[in-house]
Ligand binder design. Structure first.
Ligand SMILES: [Zn+2]
Length: 198
């Protein structure tokens, strides 16, 4: 269909990679890919690339799919701010590029706006191709970038000492306090007790 590249992949190839990584065709991953193209082009060569995402939705997957920065290697940080924005930066120079969406220009594109603000009813969600076409048309107008400087690298460079929790016996980072987060009361689970006939 489209004969252009997103983060180095031909468009159709990009859609396939997106489905494999994210599970389905996602307007947010497409928009994130276009935003990453802007960030990395403006940033120039960045040997020690780190990215901080300001939302937990879509953008972290675009970043993991299209850059060497992942949750697991610590070069991607994610803030749960609900803002569709990120900063790509060099962790040695701390020079970066923050990229976000111009809301005033976004509202000119009704299909994108409805998807972005989740105002449409779920059943009326436009097909991906329709959203993608409008995202591609809108991208040059709505994607905004500006150089930034970080106060410090966000990846923990110092290892945190760990030791056993006095209540559950599992190892945890000692800077969490005298007991582990679960024993402190933050457990998101209860253990299933075997039935009486065991
Ligand atoms: Zn514990």
């Amino acid at each position: 269909m489209k004969n252009f590249k997103v983060c180095g992949s031909e468009y159709e190839e990009f859609l396939i990679r997106m489905e494999e990584f994210h599970g389905y065709r996602s307007p947010g991953i497409l928009l994130g890919g276009l935003m990453l193209d802007t960030a990395l082009e403006k940033l120039g060569p960045t040997p020690y690339l780190n990215v901080v995402s300001e939302t937990v939705v879509c953008l972290p997957d675009a970043i993991q799919m299209l850059t060497p920065c992942t949750f697991g290697n610590g070069f991607l940080q994610v803030f749960d701010w609900g803002k569709f924005a990120f900063t790509a930066y060099d962790r040695q120079t701390l020079a970066g590029m923050r990229v976000w969406l111009n809301y005033e220009r976004l509202v000119v594109y009704p299909v994108v706006r409805s998807w972005f603000e989740r105002t449409g009813r779920p059943r009326e969600k436009p097909p991906f191709e329709q959203l993608a076409a409008e995202i591609l048309a809108a991208a040059p107008e709505i994607i905004v970038h500006r150089p930034v400087r970080l106060a410090r690298a966000l990846k923990d460079s110092q290892p945190v000492p760990t030791g056993p929790c006095p209540e559950c016996g599992e190892s945890y980072p000692l800077n969490h306090g005298p007991v582990c987060p679960a024993c402190r009361g933050d457990a998101y689970y209860t253990y299933h007790t075997p039935s009486e006939d065991e």
